[in-house]
Design a protein around this ligand. Structure first.
Ligand SMILES: *Cc1c(COP(=O)(O)O)cnc(C)c1O
Length: 375
């Protein structure tokens, strides 16, 4: 039997029950279950605000556009970012009309505070931190830098549903945290995400921006008086980014199991480490000891990555790579050569299979193959 990198585990009956509820009520869109999901997410994370969206990608773009217009940043405003991420992170900066500036990563594969310091100019307005695989890296140092320099901090928490630092869910100090509930993330729906602003007025505004700029307060007021659902105001240009009740139902079900699923992911990681930790050809990405990682990924580094990948594939084991250095993409080539550690990591990293369908025997099988073919 093939061993895949990711296989989502859906609690099918519970999801169908919730979807049935939506269909019978005749309410599949914004409101109803999306409100329940927002409330559940706030109480789970302890974050003060949460707005349910159709994806993390749109959330990142909304975050940058909201902060840009609120603070009056020009198009030359710079955002410090990582080359080792899914391309959504960097596209969002460009889509909002801002300038990405790449800083290098450290051993955790997250942004290195020392490199970040070197990239700061008087045009630096924001920084986006990606918690790769659920790890927090040197987030606390990055936070201090941002506070001291008055730089807005955006957290791409696509891998961080359920990640805690010293027992507290990530990350109330960031200006905005954006989660992904895409199908292969550790909290899986089909496609959706959550944007969590620190400030109430930002949360209020993003709810308008995610629905064509429509001010739903007037809608709510007039609707409660009986009629006039069309009697809303439009205050600015927004687009259609909000989530829907079908996705929210899937999120609500997955959220119930998030902590136990993540605990099992940590168990899988522990088995991999027990099997391969003593192998000098295999280097694990170290998790910050203060971090209880969601363990969206278990990443190792080897010197013969392509060869090892092919050997594993021949044995029907299909690992992944998170991620290719974005400065190798043509459109981000201006950053090529500026982040040597990310460039090397990009050649060496492998994400081992981690999902709820794996057994100890599967981990042993993968580990034995890695031990056999790593050089
Ligand atoms: C998956 C992912 C995204 C995009 O999430 P979507 O919900 O699919 O838009 C962004 N950043 C990172 C690091 C991701 O892994």
């Amino acid at each position: 039997m093939a061993i895949q990198l990711f296989v989502p585990k859906f609690r099918v009956d519970e999801c169908l029950e919730g979807i049935r509820e939506c269909l019978e009520k005749g309410w599949t869109g914004l409101g109803f279950k999306t409100v329940e999901m927002e409330e559940a997410w706030k109480s789970y994370t302890g974050l003060p605000h949460a707005h349910f969206l159709s994806s993390n990608t749109v959330g990142l773009e909304l975050a940058f556009r909201l902060l840009k217009t609120k603070n009056g940043w020009g198009d030359d405003a710079e955002v410090i970012t990582t080359p080792l991420t899914f391309v959504s992170t960097n596209h969002a900066i460009l889509c909002a009309g801002l300038t990405p500036v790449f800083a290098d990563v450290d051993e955790s594969l997250c942004l290195d505070p020392a490199s970040v310091e070197q990239r700061i100019t008087d045009k630096t307005k924001a920084l986006i931190f990606v918690g790769i695989g659920g790890n927090v890296g040197q987030y606390s140092k990055i936070l201090e830098i941002c506070k001291a320099r008055n730089i807005a901090l955006i957290l791409d928490a696509a891998h961080m549903s359920g990640t805690r630092i010293n027992g507290r869910h990530v990350c109330p100090e960031a200006d905005v945290v954006v989660f992904s509930f895409q199908a292969v993330k550790n909290l899986a729906t089909a496609d959706s995400g959550m944007i969590c602003f620190k400030n109430a007025e930002d949360d209020e505004r993003v709810r308008k921006m995610s629905w064509l700029g429509i001010n739903k307060d007037t809608y709510a007021r007039t609707a409660s008086q009986g009629a006039y659902k069309w009697m809303y105001d439009v205050e600015e240009v927004g687009f259609k980014y909000h989530g829907n009740s079908i996705m929210a139902v899937m999120g609500l079900v997955a959220l119930k199991y998030l902590d136990s699923d993540n605990a099992y992911r940590r168990q899988l990681a522990k088995w991999y480490r027990e099997n391969l930790g003593g192998n000098e050809k295999v280097r694990f990405i170290e998790i910050n000891p203060e971090c209880e990682s969601s363990t969206h990924l278990v990443q190792i580094r080897v010197k013969n990555r392509e060869e090892l990948m092919l050997a594993l594939n021949e044995h029907q084991v299909y690992p992944g790579v998170h991620y290719r250095d974005n400065t190798e993409y043509r459109m981000y080539a201006h950053g090529n050569g500026t982040c040597p550690k990310a460039a090397v990591a990009s050649q060496e990293i492998i994400s081992l299979p981690v999902h709820m369908g794996l057994s100890k025997a599967d981990v042993d099988t993968v580990s034995q193959l890695v031990a056999k073919y790593a050089k």
